[in-house]
Design a protein around this ligand. Sequence first.
Ligand code: PLP
Length: 386
Amino acid sequence: MNGHEQIPRRCWAEIDLAALERNLKAIQAALPEHIRYIAIVKADAYGHGVHQTVARLMQAGIEMYGVANVAEAVTIREIGGNGWSILVLGATLPEEAGFLFEYDLTPTLSSIAEVEMLDKMAVERRTELKVHLKIDTGMGRLGIWHENAGELFEAMKAAKNLKLDGIYTHFAHAETDVEFTEVQRRRFMTAIAAVDWIDPSQLLIHADNSAGLRSFSKSSAYNAVRIGLLQFGITPYAKSLFAKVPTTPIFSFKTRVALVKSLPAGMEISYGRTCRLKRPSRVAILCAGYGDGIPRALSNKGFALVNGKRCPYLGRVTMDQTIIDVTDLPENEVSVGDEVCLIGSQGGGEIKIEQFARWAQTISWEILCSITKRVPRIYKTAIATG
Ligand SMILES: *Cc1c(COP(=O)(O)O)cnc(C)c1O
């Protein structure tokens, strides 16, 4: 152990890998058995840490992964599991394309130019490359516009060394707009049905992300799903709508009390003097700020848990420190070094990440992606490997 590892932590994230596995099993159990599961682990597995997360998903039997780009895909390939499929969800830049071949990665293609470029490279390398075609059914991001999909399939048919492995689309508003999601599903199926030289049952046909599952139809042509959020215990819509999949949070965010002191009423504290103390106050200074991932938008908003009790943030969230009001706590209940829970459960209290995100006027997954490098991820319930 080097010295650095012995220094006590000031701010850290705890990740419950057993809960990740339980969530995965719960989602799989809610889906028909033939549906293949593509675990989406982009952006460092939504900030949870890709190495530990993917290692656990691999132990749980997941064989297909989706990431944002070639660099993330290479990271997963290096974790292990040669032969497992890695789908690159983003567009591949020409300079990145060589790595698709070197690491056996599956790109997403949206244009004839991409089909032609990769086919030429595959021919030059005398090898075959598996690809997924993406159809834009209303998101307006990647994929060929569904009305023009025929052209992309023609180019694909003409390709000599590309192997069509899957076709997919992505929903724009699946968490709330079931009607528009149905429009997208119809456009997707119509585009596929128009292609006479493919057998969809031999391909991966997928559209559903976590939110899509809300309107997932068991009797459709889909045979795969792409799940990120839900496996991490985050429901992208009201829990009640997805009660049939009992997922639990796997992430908590913690820090410690650095100092406790009393301040007189009427003081205007913090940067910008944005918080006027209405009463003689006891404040605790926390060892974390926006340099760790507490959004600055939480300034004068929201609560942290001390001894299971909610204590409001006072003044601006600063880079390394944040002030909370502990006046209402009995004096013996807060002292230097005490653990403070920013997200998660403590002593009967809970701050859900969804709530934390609402205080910051953003979404839970942006919070996860904003927990910084300074914050060590501590893994609970890891399976020991020899
Ligand atoms: C991120 C992503 C997903 C996963 O979405 P969740 O809402 O996290 O389940 C699926 N498909 C694509 C194309 C994505 O970019």
